[in-house]
Ligand binder design. Sequence first.
Ligand code: FES
Length: 137
Amino acid sequence: MEYTEKVMDHFANPRNVGTIENASGVGTVGNAQCGDIMKVYLKIEDNIVEDAKFKTFGCGAAVATSSMATELIIGKTIDEALKITNKTVMDALGGLPPVKVHCSCLAEEALHAALWDYAEKHGITIDGLKPPEEVEH
Ligand code: FES
């Protein structure tokens, strides 16, 4: 199985690992295929994602995609953040082996779950955002 240099870099030196105190939104999702878990914290101010952090109990590809996803989302508006898909993240990493594509979905789902949490806490609706599937915390 081949990983790109970017994937190896983000796996070995993941960006934005950790938590955010009093986060604007927190999303936790589980991957049905492998049982791995991802948690994303967002700090949102004036419609801009000011900060993003993640923690994962997941594989190397999950670490690398979450690292890249948080890098891509920071500084974006909510609408722009919503357009960041697992494909965007994979492209930014130079691709993933086909059997690892589902790992990148974990990052996207966790981001969306965190945005959903933010919207719920603030009583707003984010166009195009679907509710996350319930997971056990
Ligand atoms: Fe579970 Fe990659 S094997 S997220």
